[in-house]
Design a protein around this ligand. Sequence first.
Ligand code: C2E
Ligand code: CA
Ligand code: CA
Ligand code: CA
Length: 276
Amino acid sequence: AKEAGRGGHAFFERCMFEEAEDNRLLEQDVRQALNGDGLTLAYQPIIDAATGAVVGREALLRWRHPKRGDIPPDQFIPIIEDTGLIHQIGDWVIREACAEAVKWGEELRVAVNVSAAQLTGAGLAKTVLGALATTRLSPDRLELEVTESVFLGDDAATLASLERLRALGVRLVLDDFGKGYSSFGYLSRAQFAKIKIDQSFVRGAAEGARDCLAIVKAILALARGLGVETTAEGVETEEQARAMRRLGCGQLQGFHFGRPVEASQLSDDLNAPSRL
Ligand code: C2E
Ligand code: CA
Ligand code: CA
Ligand code: CA
């Protein structure tokens, strides 16, 4: 048993080492990607549940590694957060998304994901102000999506940062709501324009799971009371779309309506190459 224990420990240490080594290499690679064209944004449509019209698009970071192929954001974002690269990359995401969104119809919004680490200082507000000024995008067409994790530090600087952003006229969105059983209290910490209901509840509610149904109904009632918009995330089937529509969710997003695609693939009249 002692042998096995030691062996297990050595194995564990090696894994830790390899993971650290791996992350260091990935960090070098992501720096290069930022300088080249390895980082791109994909855009996924957000649909008005009542009319079926596209009302906005969420920008999602994509990294095509020269050797490893596509690396999902869930894998590389924690690394760029640890290394501080998130500031540089996050700034680029905002500028790029704003520059793209001005090419869309006047009413279409663009949503950008923002990490807790990006909210630690005044830097983000400066970036947003600069991006809006350069692109002339109307501030209310930019949505910044944060998860409840930004509140975990209970940091006054984070709240000040969110308020500074909101004062610029951009819309704050609370992402992944319900996941980890978010406290309703987070909704009063900042003035959110919208709540995104996590995919797990969308799936459960459509399947008729009583707990999920009750939670979704409660979230929607709360949102109505607060005058906050709602988007159901990860809608994959017509059945799920119908269920969320019937429950009164305002907007829908998911593979059922469209997968994230590169800007050049957007089937927007203004983006389509002109044909003579
Ligand atoms: P998220 O903000 O919750 O984004 C939604 C994720 O769900 C995206 O994954 C999207 O591709 C995926 N998705 C959309 N519809 C469906 C569906 O119908 N079914 C399923 N199974 N999945 C669906 P993605 O692009 O892999 O991004 C994962 C996470 O990485 C995002 O979750 C967000 O937290 C983070 N992320 C992505 N881009 C950025 C970024 O620019 N900055 C920061 N800080 N985080 C980002
Ligand atoms: Ca999001
Ligand atoms: Ca989400
Ligand atoms: Ca998420």
